[in-house]
Design a protein around this ligand. Structure first.
Ligand code: ADP
Length: 431
């Protein structure tokens, strides 16, 4: 029904009732009694309205705890509408609270830090990642100025200069952070922090790798080009010199080929798209072949022995062949003539392990932790002389990682080294 009618019809009915009552009294008892009845009825009506106004006032003061009053006449409609408004308001508030909870949950799962501040940089809210990145504590620091909490001159300059189009790179608490301030809603600002430490490290590794690889390839290329230039400039070189040059060029070509092959192997081992394919690795057979190859490489200059006491394992034969061959080849290359190289395959309480022990030149302790880094060499010229690419132990490390194994290096300078590949127990196959 029309709300105006809903309000005025009961009012008009009540007025009519009063007038009829007063008229009847007038008719029965005279004009004075009629007027007195009319006034008294009006007064009662006014008192009733005041009573409802008073109850409405009390309810409005405390709408949460007070019960919504029942009304009569037009008040029924007023209270019903107020009640409806209140229900809608409660529903909206519940929806808003739920939305806010969801928003905060989503924000807490973000990999980046988010800080919400007011126009004068007072902290209003931040997610746990921002707490970690900037050393904040929401419970403790809420309401404090962020520039007092993040005390870094570059951060202060960034805020003062107000050039927010670009993020700021900040080194804070040993991490490299990208910090970006975005003003929003006129009176609020949002600060987004992104941890770039890892991507920066990977970038640096990639740059180093490319620089090292280019350097490694440039050296043999320079040698080959040098001989080619000589051959062009002096076409009548004697046969002996020409053969010597060709031999050196061949060596350098092989060196480049080894390097490219090792780089491709490393890339493949690191690639996520190249999962480990496991099979039954026949250790005795594999190590016999590796020992024979080692003897060929040694050319009788070393005594190579092999003892296999441990079980076969589940793994990738070709990858393990490459890792073990690298260890054995290194032992031969870094052990002077008449040295001994002993290969063991054993099983102890930790699991199976492959040990390559040599009586070679040994390694100073300060180098040991870095040996598996790409292109890290203790003695560059010796490594090159023996056709080393500087990637052998990096390949070993990756193959072992893929098998859940690790490399342990023990060495004494001038006495020899022991390289042990330690495998987990569960890799062993029981016959
Ligand atoms: P490279 O091709 O130079 O041998 P690797 O990654 O195989 O590269 O080895 C890294 C470095 O570790 C070598 O340059 C060498 O200095 C040292 N090294 C590796 N194996 C031995 C060993 N058995 N005895 C002494 N030094 C070794």
């Amino acid at each position: 029904m029309n709300p105006q009618l809903l309000f005025w019809v009961p009012v008009a009915l009540r007025m009519l009732l009063v007038l009829c009552g007063a008229g009847a009294v007038w008719y029965a008892w005279g004009v004075k009694a009629g007027l007195a009845t009319a006034m008294l009825s009006m007064l009662v009506l006014v008192v009733i309205q005041l009573h409802y106004l008073y109850r409405l006032g009390i309810w409005l003061d405390n709408p949460n705890s007070e019960k919504m009053p029942d009304g009569m006449g037009a008040w029924t409609d007023v209270f019903a509408r107020l009640y409806k408004l209140r229900r809608e308001d409660e529903r909206n508030q519940a929806e808003l609270a739920e939305w806010l909870t969801r928003f905060r949950q989503a924000m807490s799962r973000l990999p980046d830090g988010v800080v919400i501040m007011d126009d004068v940089l007072f902290l209003e809210w931040c997610n746990p990642v921002a707490e970690q990145h900037l050393g904040l504590n929401l419970a403790r620091d809420k309401g404090m100025r962020v520039t007092n909490l993040v005390r870094h001159p570059d951060f202060m300059d960034y805020i003062i200069l107000g050039r927010y189009e670009q993020p700021l790179t900040l080194t804070l608490r040993d991490r490299k952070l990208l910090v970006h301030l975005i003003p929003f809603e006129n009176r609020r600002q949002i600060l987004v922090t992104h941890d770039a430490t890892e991507s920066d490290r990977i970038d640096m590794m990639r740059r180093d790798f490319i620089a090292n690889a280019s350097h490694e390839l440039r050296t043999p290329l320079t040698v080959i080009n040098g001989f080619l230039e000589i051959a062009c400039a002096q076409p009548n070189l004697d046969q002996e010199t020409r053969m010597a040059h060709l031999k050196l060029m061949n060596e350098q070509g092989r060196r480049m080929q080894n390097l490219v092959e090792d780089m491709l192997t490393l890339t493949r081992l690191e690639s996520m798209d190249y999962p480990l394919r496991t099979e039954h690795v026949r250790i005795q057979e594999l190590l016999n072949q590796i020992k024979q190859e080692a003897e060929v490489l040694s050319g009788g200059r070393h005594a190579v022995t092999l003892a296999v006491e441990g079980p076969d394992v589940k793994g990738n034969t070709e990858e393990l062949r490459s890792a073990f061959t690298n260890l054995v080849t290194n032992a031969i290359r870094y052990t002077p003539e008449q040295g001994r190289i002993a290969l063991f395959w054993k099983e102890d309480e930790e699991g199976p392990c492959f040990i390559v022990r040599d009586t070679g030149i040994g390694i100073k302790p300060e180098h040991i932790a870095r040996l598996t880094e790409r292109f890290y060499r203790v003695d560059k010229s010796r490594s090159r002389e023996t056709q080393g690419t500087g990637l052998g132990l990096a390949i070993v490390k990756h193959v072992l990682l893929r098998h859940g194994a690790r490399l342990v290096i023990e060495s004494n300078l001038g006495e020899g080294s022991a390289f042990t590949a330690k495998f987990p127990k569960n890799i062993a196959l029981i016959d």
